[in-house]
Design a binder for this molecule. Structure first.
Ligand code: HEM
Length: 154
């Protein structure tokens, strides 16, 4: 196994941790808002896990982008390379929108923590985590409108 395989497999599997914690974070924020439940330890923990896995995914993604990936910076900087659909997707669109999603989740978490009162905390978490999760879902290469990649790598 070389460093490329390790990073690619990690990046591929980490998506499910990002998605799983993201869905839970949105669900907790939604039920917290609708039931007007106090903002407790579990709400904080699930938000922290979502943001944590996003940051981990960012690190591995940067490793791929500035490292061994054929769709990374080494290719993107070559004139005309972005005409290729796959290079444009991974080298530009995927990276840009995922970084935005990560910033949105991170900002949402700190804003939610600062809000006074349980309902505003849940509401802020719901908005920001919701937007971040939608962006992530849209930019994963499922092969629907973007390149297809295996769902599970073994
Ligand atoms: C939550 C955020 C992210 C998720 C869920 C995600 C998910 C994925 C998935 C599922 C793949 C396909 C992997 C495979 O072929 O098995 C991929 C590829 C890739 N991702 Fe991400 N990604 C995220 C963020 C990022 C970021 C922030 C960067 C760069 C800074 C990045 C760089 C790349 C690159 C370069 C590839 C192509 C690798 C290759 O085929 O050589 N990703 N990503």
């Amino acid at each position: 196994m070389n460093s490329y395989t390790i990073l690619l497999y990690l990046h591929s599997w980490l998506r499910y941790f990002v998605l799983g914690t993201g869905v839970l974070a949105v669900y907790y924020a939604y039920t917290g808002t609708s039931a007007r439940r106090p903002f407790g330890k579990a709400d904080n923990a699930i938000g922290a896990s979502f943001v944590g896995f996003m940051l981990l995914q960012l690190l591995v993604g940067l490793g791929l982008y500035f490292g061994p990936s054929q769709y990374g910076w080494q290719t993107v900087k070559v004139a005309g390379a972005l005409k290729d659909h796959t290079v444009r997707f991974f080298g530009l669109q995927h990276v840009l929108l995922m970084v935005i999603a990560i910033v949105v989740a991170q900002v949402g978490r700190s804003l939610s923590k600062k809000r006074l009162g349980d309902l505003p905390k849940h509401r802020t978490a719901l908005r920001y985590y919701g937007i971040a999760l939608l962006l992530v879902l849209a930019m994963i290469p499922w092969g629907i409108w973007n390149p297809y990649r295996p769902l599970f790598r073994f």
